[in-house]
Design a protein around this ligand. Sequence first.
Ligand code: NDP
Ligand code: GDR
Length: 350
Amino acid sequence: MSLEVPLTTRALITGITGQDGSYLAEHLLERGYEVWGLVRGQSNPHVSRLRKHIGDVRLAYGDLLDQGSLISAVEKVRPDEVYNLGAISFVPMSWQQAEITAEVTGMGVLRMLEAIRVVSGIGGSRTPAGGQIRFYQASSSEMFGQVRETPQNERTPFHPRSPYGVAKTYGHFITQNYRESYGMFAVSGILFNHESPRRGSEFVTRKITLGVARIKLGMTGKLTLGNLEARRDWGYAGDFVGAMRLMLAAETPEDYVIGTGQTQSVRELVELAFATAGLDWRDHVVTDPALTRPAEVDLLCADPKKARDQLGWEPKVSFEELVTMMVDSDLALLSRSDRPEDEPLSFDHW
Ligand code: NDP
Ligand code: GDR
C-alpha cells in the first residue's frame, strides 16, 4: 500500500460570484483542485445562485475593503493559489463611485497581497523570500485606454481613461512591485473583454443579446445604446479562465496579454446579434448620448503572441460562435415559463 498522500492544489478565488469566478471554479474543479471562494456581505444573493450551479465550492467570508477579513480567509484556507477577481468592474459605475472603485478595484489588490505576505511571513528578517502562495491579479485592457499602437502587447504603455482603468493600473503595478520587492510569485493577466451567457446584463454584449431576445419574443420593440463606434476584442470567458491557471503553473512569474487578436465595433456586434435572431437591427436600435462615457476607449485589440508561445494558450470560441451562444441562451432563458425572479435588468440609464 502506498503511503503517499495525494496532493491537491487549493485555490482561493475572490470574485467567485462573478462571471469569471464561476467559470474559473468549474475549470479548477475539473482538474482536481480544492476550490474556495471569498464571499462578502450578509445573505449575498449571488451566493445562492453560485451554489445552485457549482456545489463543490467551499466558502470563506471576507471583503476586499477589510484587511483583517482577508488575513483570516488566507489563514483559514491556506491556499496554494489565490486568484484575485473581485472588483467593481462596470466602467461607467467608476465615474459615479470613483472612490469606492479605487478602494475595491485598486487598494483591494494591495490588501490581498498584504494578507498573503503576512500569513506567509514574507518580509521578516528570518523568513526566506517568496513564500509558497501564488497570486493572480485580474488586470485589464482598460489600462491601455487611449492607445497609440495597435495591437496591444505586454510592452504597450498604459493610459487609462476611467477611474476603473486607473484603479486597475494601480493593482497591476502593486502586483509587479510585490513580485520585485518580496520575490513573490505574483502575476497579472491583462485580459481583454470576455463574455458569456453568465455576463452581467449591464455590459454591452449581454445587454444586446438580452435586448434581441426580448424583441424577438415581443416583450419590447427597442434597444437603447450609447457609442456604437467603439471597438473591442471580445472573447469567450470559458476560454480565458484557462489562461489564468496556466500563468500560475508557469515556471517563472510573468504578466501576459490575453485576447483573441480580432477587433469588432459595437455596431458590428449589434448587427450580428440581431441577424442571428432573424431581425434587422436598424428597426430596433436607438442611441442616447446619455449612455456615452466622459472619456471613451475607442479601440482595443490584443496581441496574445506571448501567451500562445510561452503558455500554449489559444482561444477556441470565435466571435460569431460567442454571439450565437449568447443570443440562443437568452432566448431560452426568457422563453422559460419558470423564469428566475431575478431576471436580468435592462440598463437604459446609468
Ligand atoms: P463581475 O463584475 O462579474 O464580478 C465581480 C466580482 O467582484 C463579484 O463576484 C463581486 O461579488 C466581487 N466583489 C465586488 N466588490 C467586492 C468586495 N468589496 N470584496 C470582495 N469581492 C467583491 O466581473 P468579471 O467576472 O467579469 O471579472 C472578473 C475580474 O476580471 C474583475 O476584476 C474585472 O475587473 C476583471 N476583468 C474582467 C474582464 C471581462 O471582460 N470580464 C476583462 C478584464 C478584467 P458580489 O457578489 O459580492 O458582488
Ligand atoms: P468595457 O465593457 O467598458 O469595455 O469593460 P462594456 O461592455 O461596458 O462596454 C464596451 C463598449 O460598448 C460601448 N457601449 C455600451 N456599453 C454599455 N455597457 N452599455 C451600452 O448601452 C453601450 N453602448 C455602447 C461602451 O461605450 C464601450 O466602448 C469591460 C468590463 O468587463 C471591465 O471590467 C473590463 O476590464 C473590460 O471590459 C476589459
